[in-house]
Structures are given as structure tokens and as C-alpha cells.
Ligand binder design. Structure first.
Ligand code: IPM
Ligand code: MG
Length: 367
């Protein structure tokens, strides 16, 4: 194998809040194991984000964190948020730190793959015949525009106070996410479904027109459109009809949580946030799960699979990604964390760190 082991890869870890530290610890351990196996150096550095950053510095995204992220080859993130910070004003909430780091690094493309692992078919709430054998849907979520970043505020009209958030996109933002999605579709099943609400929203009509224009450059990809409400329904009616879905920030946020359940648990879904350079941010799509934080029962596999995506998309170490993913598949045959455990399925119920142990051992032992 031709791996450049002269270089030490620099990874900044933002473990964040709730279960964030537990799961990123396991993902970091897996990166250390796979890199040691291949005589490659990975240096880890740590920085604050979200609630832990608010507690330590008074802000959800300290300047030092942005600097450490910019200096890295890649970033691993856990999760942010929790009830402790729920009453803070919008800009001061932990979630604002996450939105701001995505924006500061220009990470406009969020890849959220929903795949079904054979061992987890029975953990999915959908019937086996609906899931099929090779469910593999890639949701491409626009990540730095739309309503999460549009104008918001309050105004008074006729003595009544209104609060508003606005869905805003410019053509350029839609074009670049369209290109990401078309290029991914070309490497996969050559099918792209663009999801919008063009029967109601002006911004969706512009979205659709722009996707249509970009599609001229990708004639080999079969393009379809779907309204978001229909898509939410189709994802549970017949998820196998999808290859790549491209959609706006908010619709992608919602649909990817829905898609994650098809694969058995939201604790399984990884994500990659990418921009114009190879610097990417990798995080599970689940949140900080404060109700189970600190108990060592969270599922670390979404974080571990995010680390695999990092090897694939940022570090150009696809062999590392393949080995991590194979080890996760094998681990699922013998063990399950609480969220994916099924009585009588013959798997061992394990903790977060035990799952990390198993995946690590499988990587070390594999040829
Ligand atoms: C996600 C999360 C975040 C988002 C929150 C925590 C800001 O739900 O990554 O899906 O909405 O992007
Ligand atoms: Mg979300």
C-alpha cells in the first residue's frame, strides 16, 4: 500500500457537550489504532466549542478554536448543546458555535450517508422488505445558507410583535451544492433527487431553476424533483428509490434525522462537512444526548464512522476508511450498544467504550 507516512496529519478534536467527549474519545482511539497499524502519524489537538466553551470563555466559538481548526488537516466534532444553556440568547447558545464554525471554514456541503448494515436490519423500525438489502442513500445538505443563516429578528406591526427567520439563498450557493451533489451521484448510482417546497416558496423555485441549469453539465445523472413533504413520506415508504438527495439546510437537517432511523438508530449516522479545500469537519448527526451523557452507554459508531469519512474525504487515506468501516460492520455482528440492542438477537450488550475496544481490536487484528 502506498501511504505517505512522512507526513503527520494534524487533527483538531472539538468534543463539545453531553455525550460528545465519550464518543470522540472512541473515534480518536480508532484513528490512532488504524494510523499506528500503517506507521502513519496523526497528531491530535483539542479545542472548545458549544456549552463547554461558553462555560470556559463566555462564548460558544472562541477565536482560538477557529485558529486551531484552520491550522488542522481535519476536524473531528462530537456534539453541542444541553439544557444548561437552553435559556441563553440565540447568538450565545452552544448551537450558534456549531453554525459559526461551519460558516467560518466555508463548509457548505454536508454529506450524510444513510446506509443499512446487515446486522442492523432488525433494529430498523421499517419492515425488512421495505429496507431491501443494500439501502444506501446519500443526503447532501446545504450547510451555510438558508433559514439558519438568514435575517432574523422581531418587528412590530399594528401593535403586534412578530418574530421572524428568513429562508434566503443566492444562485451561487445553490450552484455549488448542486455540483457537489451531481459529482457524488456520478460516482454512485447516477441518480439525484432535488428536494424543495417549490409549490409554495420563492426560494425553492429559484433552487429548482438553478439545479435544472446546473444539470446541463451532468447529463449522465438522472435528475428528479420532489417536494419535501412527499420526500419525508417516500423515505419511509420506499427509501431504496433514492440514491443522492440534495436539499436546503433546514430540509436536510430534518430529512437526515428521519433517514437515520431507517438504518436502525440515529447513533449510527456519520457526516462530513466540506468546502472548497480538503479541510473538512466530521461529526455524527446526532446531538449531545444530555439524558445519557457521562453514563458510558452512548453509541460511538456514528463518531467512528465520521472518522472513517475523514480518512476518505480529507486525508486521502481511503484504505484507512475501508478498514474502519469493515471493523464497524464486523463489530455489529457480535455486539450492540443499548440503542441498537435487541433481546434474543444473540449480540452482547456493550458500553460505549467496550464498543470502541471491539472496533479497535478488529482493526488491529485485520490483515
Ligand atoms: C445537526 C444539528 C445542528 C444543525 C444543530 C445542533 C445546530 O441538528 O447537525 O443536524 O441543525 O445543523
Ligand atoms: Mg440535526
Amino acid at each position: 500500500m502506498n501511504i505517505n507516512n512522512e507526513k503527520a496529519y494534524k487533527i483538531t478534536v472539538l468534543s463539545g457537550d453531553g455525550i460528545g467527549p465519550e464518543i470522540t474519545e472512541e473515534a480518536e482511539r480508532i484513528l490512532r489504532a488504524v494510523s499506528t497499524k500503517h506507521f502513519t502519524d496523526m497528531d491530535f489537538d483539542y479545542a472548545l466549542i458549544g456549552g463547554e466553551a461558553i462555560d470556559a470563555t463566555g462564548e460558544p466559538l472562541p477565536a482560538e478554536t477557529i485558529a486551531k481548526c484552520k491550522a488542522a488537516d481535519s476536524i473531528l466534532l462530537g456534539a453541542v448543546g444541553g439544557p444548561k444553556w437552553d435559556n441563553l440568547a440565540g447568538e450565545m447558545r452552544p448551537e450558534a458555535g456549531l453554525l459559526a464554525i461551519r460558516k467560518a471554514l466555508g463548509l457548505y456541503a454536508n454529506l450524510r450517508p444513510a446506509v443499512i448494515f446487515p446486522a442492523l436490519k432488525s433494529a430498523s423500525p421499517l419492515k425488512a422488505e421495505i429496507i431491501g438489502d443494500n439501502l444506501d442513500v446519500m443526503i447532501v445538505r446545504e450547510l451555510t445558507g438558508g433559514i439558519y443563516f438568514g435575517k432574523h429578528g422581531t418587528m412590530t406591526e399594528n401593535g403586534i410583535e412578530y418574530t421572524f427567520d428568513t429562508e434566503m439563498y443566492c444562485v451561487n450557493e445553490v450552484e455549488r451544492i448542486a455540483r457537489t451533489a451531481f459529482e457524488l451521484a456520478q460516482k454512485r448510482g447516477k441518480k439525484l433527487c432535488s428536494v424543495d417546497k417549490a409549490n409554495v416558496l420563492e426560494s425553492s423555485r429559484m433552487w429548482r431553476k438553478t439545479i435544472e441549469a446546473v444539470s446541463e453539465e451532468y447529463k449522465d445523472v438522472e435528475l428528479t424533483y420532489m417536494y419535501v413533504d412527499n420526500c419525508a413520506m417516500q423515505l419511509v415508504r420506499n427509501p431504496a428509490q433514492f440514491d443522492v438527495i440534495v436539499t436546503s439546510n433546514m430540509f436536510g437537517d430534518i430529512l437526515s434525522d428521519e433517514a437515520s432511523m431507517i438504518s436502525g438508530s440515529i447513533g449510527m449516522l456519520a457526516s462530513a462537512s466540506l468546502g472548497e479545500t480538503s479541510l473538512g469537519l466530521y461529526e455524527p448527526i446526532h446531538g449531545s444526548a444530555p439524558d445519557i451523557a457521562g453514563q458510558n452507554i452512548a453509541n460511538p459508531l456514528a463518531a467512528i464512522l465520521s472518522a472513517a469519512m475523514m480518512c476518505r474525504y480529507s486525508l486521502e487515506l481511503p484504505v484507512f476508511a475501508d478498514e474502519i468501516e469493515a471493523a464497524v460492520r464486523a463489530a455489529l455482528e457480535i455486539a450492540a450498544t443499548k440503542d441498537i440492542y435487541l433481546e434474543g438477537a444473540g449480540k452482547r450488550l456493550v458500553s460505549c467504550s467496550e464498543m470502541g475496544d471491539i472496533v479497535e481490536r478488529l482493526i488491529i487484528e485485520s490483515k
